[in-house]
Design a protein around this ligand. Structure first.
Ligand code: X8Z
Ligand code: ZN
Length: 595
């Protein structure tokens, strides 16, 4: 305050009429935020139509709207750089920085390249959405991603599993050239903004120097690795019993097509093969939901009721009118689940092809977490309408889903009786196959992309580098050669759709920190995996307070508000699974661990 005043007096004395930097920056940011809000809304409307009705026209319209948004974002970010060194109040300084960091794919100043990049990016997402595998080339028997997901989850026929696993990956090779070109153009845009490449831009969004962030990830991974290795060893052993020693090595990586999921990212569908003896909780949420003829809308209502029990307002009527809950029969859509706030205020929607399964019950809570976060920060200025960091955004709904305990299911009438403590290992096993199995996958996607953006991995090395990282982090390998004629990363939604992925790794660490802190706030004293914050107003108040902050303050402050610590830390996830980890160590005695 004082300094601005001195400056203003000095400028007035020298006869200069320029506004003081803080005032000028404030006015600049006001204009910037209002322009970006408008363009963001238009881009969201176009993207919604593209994703829920893929045609060449909706794709072109979405690309154009995105081009306008990105071009304006980059122009404003460059203009903002003149305020970077100015002495501004913290909120303005933060907005100046966020202006740059909010752009995932920066376009270079050449308008032709900006148009080319957004067109290619829109085309890649459509290509993923339209992806199908037609066994034997029979156009009448094509399988979409939901159908392949179902087969991967339920079939135990290794031949069929390998067939659909390979089949799904046939959608990706045609994407490779366009993906490589998007990388090239976005890198040019990132360099114009002062970053070494797009990966460096992505790593800069965490309120710490980007090199420190990369080190934080290594630290977190080292923290959870011993737990992952125990789970991996046990699963490999059981799969070896099931599929035979020729199919599954004793101490090498696990074949990727045997893990119950197209990408081997979550293994919970293998639970029936892996249930600890005598500790099976004795219920199957998928079966319960199906038996009760639960509809997709019913599933979403369960999710909404959890949030309202924490004192969040119900979703607006438009949510129910405008969301897409099921796969339309008559057109191509992007089925990968997502949550939207189309007007950046309260035009909340989800887009999902809901199946009546326990998996999708969780995914619904995940998506609604985004929506309730979006609405909680909608009174913030536009540039602060985001998560504290992107991992927080991914963690909110998952935190709620950790409260889907047997006791909670009893409370909402889906289960008659909760299993006693002797079934805890079964409950923990099911959770670990979802959450612990995911950790290395959550990490490796961007480890690969960062190398791609930096040029360390070139297009002619894409697939080899991909499988090296899959092996290094996950201990998973393909059955058979996957040479450079394939483009296996392209078969995972977030690669063609250019969605950064480290956020999910962070979310898997953070949600256990949140769950522990909120369970404590709710006064839960039992084992933390049996705690549910359902209907607890104090836990709701704490959560809401954090969500309302949006991105207005460094994430460390938001974290501290809820958990009392300023560090992302894996102690909470390790503690949550401690009884299972101990049990796994006993099971794995005398068996190889690692690969
Ligand atoms: O993409 C998602 C959400 C939408 S933000 C469904 N997730 C990742 C994935 O499916 O790969 C949630 C967990 C990881
Ligand atoms: Zn999400």
């Amino acid at each position: 305050m004082k300094r601005t005043l001195v400056l203003a007096v000095a400028l007035a004395a020298s006869g200069c009429r320029t506004a003081p930097p803080a005032e000028e920056a404030r006015r600049f940011l006001e204009r910037a935020e209002s322009e970006l809000l408008q363009l963001s809304n238009e881009a969201s409307q176009a993207a919604w139509v593209q994703s829920t009705y893929i045609t060449m026209d909706t794709e072109a319209l979405a690309a154009k709207a995105n081009e306008r948004l990105i071009t304006a974002g980059v122009r404003l970010a460059k203009e903002a750089s003149k305020y970077e060194k100015a002495a501004l109040p913290p909120d303005l300084q933060r907005k100046i920085r966020l202006l740059k960091l909010a752009i995932t794919l920066p376009a270079p100043s050449d308008p032709a390249e900006a148009a080319e990049m957004t067109k290619l990016a829109a085309g890649l997402e459509s290509a993923y959405g339209k992806g199908r595998y037609c066994p034997g080339g029979d156009e009448k028997r094509c399988l979409n991603v939901d159908e392949i997901t179902r087969i991967m989850a339920s079939s135990r026929d290794p031949k069929q599993l390998l067939d659909v696993w390979q089949g799904w990956r046939s959608i990706a090779p045609p994407m490779k050239k366009d993906f490589a070109r998007v990388v090239e153009i976005a890198n040019k845009g990132a360099r114009e903004l002062g970053f070494a490449d797009t990966g460096a831009l992505w790593r800069s969004g965490y309120d710490m120097p980007p090199e420190d962030f990369a080190r934080e990830l290594d630290r977190l991974w080292e923290q959870v690795k011993p737990l992952y290795e125990q789970l991996h060893a046990y699963v490999r052993w059981k799969l070896r019993e099931k599929y035979g020693p020729e199919a599954v090595p004793e101490n090498g990586p696990i074949p990727a097509h045997l893990l119950g999921n197209i990408w081997a990212q979550q293994w919970d569908n293998l639970y029936p093969l892996l249930a600890p003896e005598g500790a099976d909780p004795g219920y199957d949420l998928t079966a319960i939901l199906k038996r009760r003829n639960t509809t997709p809308v019913d599933m979403v209502k369960y999710g909404e009721r959890f949030f309202t029990s924490l004192t969040f307002e119900p979703l607006p009527p438009t949510f129910w009118e405008r969301s897409m809950f099921t796969r339309p029969r008559d057109r191509d859509v992007v089925c990968h689940a997502s949550a939207w706030d189309v007007d950046n205020v309260d035009d909340l929607r989800i887009k999902m092809c809901i199946e009546i399964t326990a998996d999708d019950f969780n995914v619904i809570h995940h998506e609604l977490g985004h929506n309730f976060y979006q609405r909680a920060y909608n009174r913030q200025p536009f540039l602060f309408r985001a998560g504290a960091n992107d991992g927080f955004h991914e963690a909110v709904g998952d935190t709620i889903a950790l409260s889907i305990t047997p006791e909670y299911l009893v409370r909402i009438g889906l289960l008659d009786r909760a299993p006693d403590a002797s079934k805890d290992l079964g409950l923990l096993m099911a959770r670990a196959l979802d959450k612990v199995a995911f950790l290395p996958f959550g990490l490796l996607i961007d480890q690969w992309r960062w190398k791609v953006f930096s040029g360390e991995v070139k297009p002619e090395q894409y697939n080899r580098a991909w499988w090296e990282l899959r092996r290094k982090y996950q201990g998973v390998a393909p059955a058979g050669e996957r040479g450079e004629e394939f483009f296996d990363p392209g078969a995972k939604y977030h690669v063609p759709a250019n969605v950064p992925y480290t956020r999910y790794f962070l979310a898997h660490i953070l949600q256990f920190q949140f769950h522990k802190a909120l369970s404590d706030a709710a006064g839960c004293t039992g084992p933390v995996h049996r705690c549910s914050i359902y209907d607890n107003k104090e836990a709701g108040r704490r959560l809401k307070e954090m969500l309302e902050m949006g991105a207005s303050r460094p994430w460390q402050e938001a974290l501290e508000k809820v958990t009392g610590t300023r560090q992302m830390d894996a102690t909470a996830i390790r503690a949550y699974f401690k009884p299972l980890e101990d049990w796994l160590a006993v099971q794995n005695k005398g068996r190889p661990v690692g690969w």
